[in-house]
Design a protein around this ligand. Structure first.
Ligand SMILES: [Zn+2]
Length: 432
């Protein structure tokens, strides 16, 4: 199983930072040179894109021979996939440059798996190879590597193999970041604790509503997240309207797009992990997910759908869900089903129910959160579900973690139906 650790890297002194920047900048300069040569060869009827100069002599002293080779290989891969797509007749463009000298190069490099090491622990650190010239200039020993501090918990600190490290400077967060691909053998994976099942209902107000056969319910509130996403989208539209004729984008717009995506992905990935860990603890071995497309088409306007699709990237979400579930030995199954939000999870009626905002009520006395009810109905189609349900756990995103909200719907003790929850009904959420 292949996974990626992503973490922040911090130089320990100004000199180390300068060294690191020079390393990344020289990598970009090398990439650009190789790429320029390949583009030139590509335009030349007699040229061969695979035939390029030997760059080790000029860049080896700064980058080290193995990094020169990695950049060259990475560029070759980019051209290969360009040709592969071209063969298939798919639209795509020639591999691009990593910035330029005038506006600044993209600070990035790739380091071979044997040319770096990460030590995980209380003070995690990364050591990377640099060229002999840089070592001499910055007073590093002949065999010494540049030592950097690592921030953040990796998802995987035990693995069987590490792959090529990607190291780059992120100008949005103004931090150095690293991607470390790792290979994990199945023996390191967890096994489900029991054979329980969970079903997920996916939406916009609440990103995920989940019910388990053990009678647990989880609700992940997406309002704030979706609101921020829309605000950034609006800001991008404003900037686009101010662009000069003939221009489609700017550095600022690109950076806002990246920030928007990163923020969304960060929250979604954290959601998936939080959920899967909870489900694992409940002994869940199978998770059913409804196909979002169905839901969207039935329930919201075209305009809303477009925005929601943009926000949702359902395929990415399900992919991440399946990946994370795999670590715990849990299976994810996507099911295309009829919309279930109007079905009463208590008596199964679809005619006697009324949905108002987030609340579903039924003649049989059921009153509950509509999305949770939908996930429960969805689950009941596959499994027998415990009743009464426990009090739902409601989670809110605080930019770092999904925290249990103190405003979780509480069971109404006076009511005869134990499922009944006094749900906060809000009018402030308008999707479009
Ligand atoms: Zn009912």
């Amino acid at each position: 199983m292949k996974r990626t650790n992503e973490f922040e890297v911090v130089p320990k002194s100004d000199a180390d930072e300068e060294l690191l920047r020079r390393l990344l900048d020289a990598s970009a300069a090398l990439w650009n040179e190789i790429n320029y040569q390949r583009r030139t060869n590509f335009e030349d009827p007699d040229g061969d894109v695979w035939e390029i100069d030997e760059y080790r002599g000029r860049y080896g002293g700064t980058l080290g021979a193995s990094t020169v080779q990695q950049i060259e290989r990475k560029n070759r891969e980019a051209w290969r996939s360009f040709f592969a797509l071209r063969e298939k007749g798919e639209a795509n463009s020639k591999p691009g440059f990593w910035g330029n000298q005038d506006e600044g190069r993209d600070l990035r490099t790739y380091i071979r798996n044997t040319s770096y090491s990460v030590k995980w622990g209380e003070y995690s650190r990364l050591e990377i190879l640099v060229g002999q010239d840089l070592k001499k200039e910055y007073g590093l020993g002949y065999r010494e590597r540049l030592r950097l501090e690592v921030r953040g918990e990796p998802n995987w600190n035990e693995y069987d193999k590490q792959g090529r490290l990607e190291l780059y400077y992120d100008d949005v967060s103004e931090t150095f970041r690293a991607f470390q691909p790792v290979t994990i053998s199945n023996s390191r994976l967890a096994q489900p604790l029991a054979d329980e099942t969970a079903a997920l209902d996916i939406g916009a107000n609440n990103i995920v509503a989940c019910t388990t056969t053990t009678g647990e319910q989880y609700l992940y509130d997406g309002r704030d997240l979706f609101k921020r996403f829309r605000e950034t989208t609006q800001r991008i539209a404003e900037l686009q309207s101010k662009l000069e004729d003939g221009r489609y984008s700017s550095k600022q717009i690109e950076s806002l797009y990246r920030r928007r995506t990163r923020r969304r992905n960060h929250a979604m990935d954290a959601l998936v992990r939080d959920l899967i860990e909870r489900l694992y603890d409940e002994g869940v071995s199978t998770v059913y997910v409804g196909d979002l497309t169905d839901i969207l088409e039935t329930h919201w306007s075209v305009r809303t759908n477009a925005k929601l699709h943009n926000f949702w990237t359902f395929r990415r979400f399900v992919g991440r869900l399946a990946d994370t579930a795999e670590e715990f030995g849990i299976t994810v199954e996507v099911r295309t089903e009829a919309w279930t939000s109007q079905t009463c999870p208590n008596c199964g009626s679809t005619e006697d129910t009324t949905r108002h905002q987030d609340t579903l009520t039924c003649h049989c006395g059921f009153e509950g959160h509509a999305d949770l009810a939908a996930s429960e109905t969805f689950l009941r189609r596959h499994e027998t579900v415990a009743r009464p349900m426990a009090r739902p756990v409601c989670l809110k995103w605080d930019s770092h973690d999904w925290l249990e909200s103190p405003r979780s719907p509480r069971p109404n003790e006076e009511h005869t139906n134990p499922q009944v929850a006094s749900v906060v009904v809000r009018d402030d959420f308008v999707v479009s």
